[in-house]
Ligand binder design. Structure first.
Ligand code: FES
Ligand SMILES: [Fe+2]
Length: 407
């Protein structure tokens, strides 16, 4: 369990991520759940064969039919905010690089030199004024991926340089998040994909926030890891000294927007607030607002000063995932004290994920391998877990994802 030397402050920013009416409607549902000992539920428990998690062929289908086709959230715009900023990362077995050009546009390319396929830029973030130079034979490329320099060109022989630019990927930014399609040449309709959740993401104003920190966390199978993000049922048992100090377990609302969901967890501050007049209710400090954008991004924070964005994607094989956890701030720290507080809070969140969630999920993966012919069962109270697997099944079967807003 995480050593607790710091309880995070939920700084209410009073930010209008929801209208007062929308927020109050959710508050009413949470209060009802607290008074009655209830939570939003699915129609029935869902049994899932363990092989669904373990089967490498199933995993490969998920990668090729889903992860290589849909718009994938891969980082925050704030990480690559300035001209020349780049981020190189490995996602779902592909080397990619995002770079902001002089025109302000962010472009995504495969991070692979076209001479003899060396990884062009080491993983990580940076700023490059002119472009990139391969460390193998020093071929150079500009921000748009054009091949601009071939050392010893007169000895190399003639070839069409325009054919040997970096391989481009479709890339779009919406509401402060960067989406990429991992299949070269494949377009994506990001507005249609986000659909009814987009106005809510825009209201978060993540594009106006400042990047504070991004931490990386390797984990087990992406579906095992995903399940842990989508329910509060585990808060009391797994997080008694961290998350459960501030959040109620198993008291949550769930709303659905096409493939995406919004989970709102009842915070402990609601206990006292709900007995006060409604005008005095402050949703910013009583609701744990979390958007889940299929298939791998959680945006937690909503109306508060700080937002924690976790982007979790499959790794190179069925048993691996990688998470990038980014803290964005609405107001950059002004004093040393504020800076220290923000650092401690970011570390506190990260440590809770690493030492509690991801440790448990690694144990789950080991457990699954011991009972490969059995089923697991997802409760009615784990409604968002059920919904995510239903969405995945629809995509794999070629059926439409849930189109309409279901609240
Ligand atoms: S592989 Fe990049 S320059 Fe040769
Ligand atoms: Fe958790």
């Amino acid at each position: 369990m995480t050593a607790i030397d710091h309880v995070p402050q939920y700084l209410a920013g009073g930010h209008a991520a929801l209208t007062r009416d929308e927020a109050m409607a959710i508050m009413d549902r949470l209060v009802e759940h607290l008074r009655n000992g209830t939570t939003d539920q699915a129609a029935a428990p869902l049994e899932i064969p363990i092989s669904y998690y373990l089967d490498p062929e199933q995993w490969q289908r998920e990668v090729t039919e889903v992860f290589y086709k849909i718009p994938l959230p891969v980082c925050t715009s704030a990480e690559v905010a300035q001209v020349g900023d780049y981020k190189a990362l490995r996602v779902v077995g592909k080397e990619i690089i995002l770079v902001r050009g002089r025109d302000g546009h962010l472009r995504a390319m495969l991070n692979v030199c076209r001479h003899r396929a060396m990884k062009l830029v080491p993983e990580g973030c940076g700023n490059s004024r002119r472009g990139f130079v391969c460390q193998y034979h020093a071929w150079s490329y500009d921000h748009e991926g054009r091949l601009t320099g071939v050392p010893g060109e007169d000895t190399f022989g003639e070839f069409e340089k325009d054919d040997y630019g970096l391989v481009r990927l479709a890339c779009e930014e919406r509401a402060g998040i960067v989406y990429v399609c991992l299949t070269p040449g494949r377009e994506m309709d990001i507005d249609a994909w986000l659909g009814p959740v987009l106005p809510y993401l825009e209201a978060l104003e993540l594009d106006k926030c400042t990047h504070f920190v991004t931490k990386e966390l390797p984990g087990p199978n992406w579906k095992v890891t995903l399940d842990g993000y989508l329910e509060s049922y585990h808060f009391g048992a797994l997080h008694p000294n961290t998350v459960a100090l501030t959040n109620h377990a198993n008291r949550a609302t769930n709303d659905r927007f096409g493939p995406h969901v919004r989970n709102v967890f009842a915070l402990r501050t609601l206990d006292a607030m709900m007995d006060k007049p409604r005008e005095e209710w402050d949703p910013a400090v009583a609701m744990g607002l979390v958007y889940w954008i299929f298939p791998g991004m959680s945006i937690a924070g909503g109306m508060r000063e700080r937002t924690v964005i976790s982007i979790m994607l499959p790794g190179d094989s069925w048993g691996e995932s990688m998470t990038w956890q980014t803290t964005l701030l609405r107001t950059p720290p002004q004093t040393e004290e504020q800076m220290t507080e923000a650092e401690k809070t970011a570390e506190w969140f990260f440590a809770a994920f690493r030492d509690e969630d991801y440790t448990a999920q690694t144990d789950v993966q080991n457990g699954l391998q011991s009972i490969p012919d059995k089923h697991m069962i997802i409760g009615r109270n784990e409604i968002a877990v059920q919904y995510a697997h239903d969405t995945l099944a629809r995509l794999l079967d070629g059926r439409p994802v849930h189109g309409e807003r279901t609240i």
